[in-house]
Design a protein around this ligand. Structure first.
Ligand SMILES: Cc1cc2nc3c(=O)[nH]c(=O)nc-3n(C[C@H](O)[C@H](O)[C@H](O)COP(=O)(O)O)c2cc1C
Length: 234
């Protein structure tokens, strides 16, 4: 099982460690890759909309995002980590997600996403995990990821070294549970009814089509005209 950790921070604090603990319960270290933000993708979306309207390859940051996109596509499980910064994800994580707006189902979703599982992990000193997890889980859902788990934890600490023994026990238990669920679904995960429903609505919309780049993509895949489904694509 290939696991990719996408860290919305450059440092290895509480959030990173929880993600890494989970990753190591899923697969051997050689099958774990890590992206750190902003180190590996230091750009903000400049709002040119070329990705939506023409092609993602016209994004001014395409050469930077291209290898990261390949890493995401290759992984079976994506683990996103972000500390809560003022009740939301880090700016770096948000900037990363903005670069994949073109992959939302309303535009050009990638078939491989419909067979993946994702975990969204966020820690805070006290509060804000729910909105922070939602910031990332929204993209996972609209990309078509089959199953997304959320784990928000108030660590009551600023540093990993300050996280109490009791909290660490909770983390072990929760990551054991998540690992068991993920392994149980590995290889056979299918999108939820909600995802399939949204895909159906999008296929009707794309059949009429208002953006040629998206309309052509859906037609080529056979999703809007031939009733094909990304979760059945080979
Ligand atoms: C800029 C900034 C904003 C923060 N905002 C919040 C917040 O809104 N709520 C909260 O409880 N903690 C907040 N914190 C604390 C961190 O979320 C918390 O310490 C987290 O566990 C750090 O994770 P890390 O060790 O992975 O960096 C903030 C920290 C920073 C640096």
């Amino acid at each position: 099982m290939k696991v990719l950790l996408i860290n919305g921070q450059n440092h290895k604090g509480s959030t990173y460690h929880i993600g890494r603990i989970l990753a190591e319960k899923l697969t051997p270290p050689e099958d774990i890759d890590e992206i750190f933000l902003p180190r590996d993708m230091p750009h903000f979306c400049c709002g040119c909309t070329k990705c939506f309207m023409e092609s993602e390859s016209l994004c001014p940051h395409y050469e930077v995002t291209k290898p990261l996109t390949a890493q995401m596509d290759e992984a079976d499980v994506l683990i996103f980590t972000s500390p809560v910064y003022v009740y939301h994800v880090t700016g770096s994580m948000k900037a990363f997600l903005d670069h994949y707006g073109y992959r939302w189902m309303v535009h050009r979703p990638e078939s491989k996403m419909f067979g993946k599982q994702a975990v969204v992990i966020s820690t805070a000193a006290g509060g804000g995990m729910k909105p922070a997890c939602k910031d990332i889980a929204d993209s996972c859902f609209y990309w078509g990821i089959a199953k997304t788990y959320r784990y928000g934890l108030a660590v009551h600490a600023i540093k990993w070294s300050e996280v109490s023994a009791k909290k660490r026990q909770q983390i072990e238990k929760k990551t054991d549970q998540l690992a068991a669920k993920i392994k149980g679904r590995a290889g056979s995960v299918r999108p939820s009814l909600k995802t399939k429903g949204l895909f159906k609505v999008m296929s009707i919309m794309q059949n009429r089509g208002f953006n040629p780049a998206d309309k052509n993509y859906w037609e080529e895949k056979g999703w809007s005209t031939r009733g094909r489904k990304p979760w059945k694509d080979k």
